[in-house]
Design a protein around this ligand. Structure first.
Ligand SMILES: [Zn+2]
Length: 249
């Protein structure tokens, strides 16, 4: 499967991490061709084959991978050995300090976030779209890693994966008003009576406020580059999902 790596996280020998692209799988149109989500209408046999291809690429057992039923919430799940591939907790963030349990977040325009605390050996994944970002799912996950593992924000490496950017994410005035009211006017862009939102600006403001310093932005707009990534907006909603994956070895 065709993946892209985080520059930050590739320096740590005790983890593996990647973001997938839409290439290197077996799914057919409109899920061509590396869709990893079961809920979007794709043939489940093809989705399972894509998961197996990714497991081989990343060198883990597919049954040990934990993914989520993502609901644009601020709900976080602490993962341990009782979870399996078929558990699928309903939440938007996963955290663990257990080795050999790959954590996965899926997305098509929302920001997939990978977290790694190299001091306390703990990892996390976060699904942060507009609603999740405004509900502070990312800072809440970092605080949860503090409570569970003793992580401090300055110890956590954060990678924001491919997602729709302020160039392409047009919003209406009520969302703009909500964004402004919650304290993120910098995330808004106005052009020819249109309003655009950059979710990663919100996430970076939240990280800075918490004291997270180690932040990497992949900086690939999924709508501009929907030939490389699935994009809910650019692909007119009928599309697959890419993923961010992180594993503590
Ligand atoms: Zn764009």
């Amino acid at each position: 499967m065709k993946i892209i790596n985080s520059i930050f996280l590739s320096f740590f020998p005790d983890i593996s991490a990647c973001f997938t692209t839409r290439h290197g799988g077996v799914s057919k149109t409109p899920y061509t061709d590396a869709n990893l989500a079961f809920h979007v209408g794709d043939d489940p046999i093809d989705v399972l084959e894509n998961h197996d291809l990714l497991a081989r690429t990343m060198d883990y057992h597919r049954h040990s991978l934990i993914h989520m039923r993502q609901i644009h919430s601020d709900k976080i799940t602490l993962v341990d050995e009782t979870f399996t591939f078929d558990t699928v907790p309903e939440c938007d963030a996963l955290i663990t300090n257990r080795p050999n349990i790959p954590l996965m977040v899926m997305s098509a325009d929302c920001t997939p976030v990978l977290l790694y605390d190299s001091v306390h050996k703990a990892i996390g994944v976060v699904h942060a779209g507009r609603a999740g970002a405004l509900n502070e799912i990312l800072p809440k996950t970092i605080i949860a890693m503090g409570l569970e593992f003793g992580s401090t924000p300055s110890e956590i490496n954060v990678v924001l994966g491919p997602s729709i950017s302020g160039c392409c994410y047009e919003i209406n005035s009520s969302i703009a008003e909500e964004t402004r009211a919650k304290g993120y006017p910098e995330a808004l862009r106005f052009e020819n009576e249109k309003i655009f939102l950059d979710v990663n600006t919100i996430l970076c403001m939240q990280l800075k406020h918490l004291g997270v310093e180690k932040v990497e932005l992949v900086n690939e707009c999924t709508a501009c580059h929907h030939d490389q990534y699935f994009s809910y907006r650019a692909d007119q909603q009928h599309t697959g999902r890419i993923a961010g994956v992180i594993i503590l070895r």
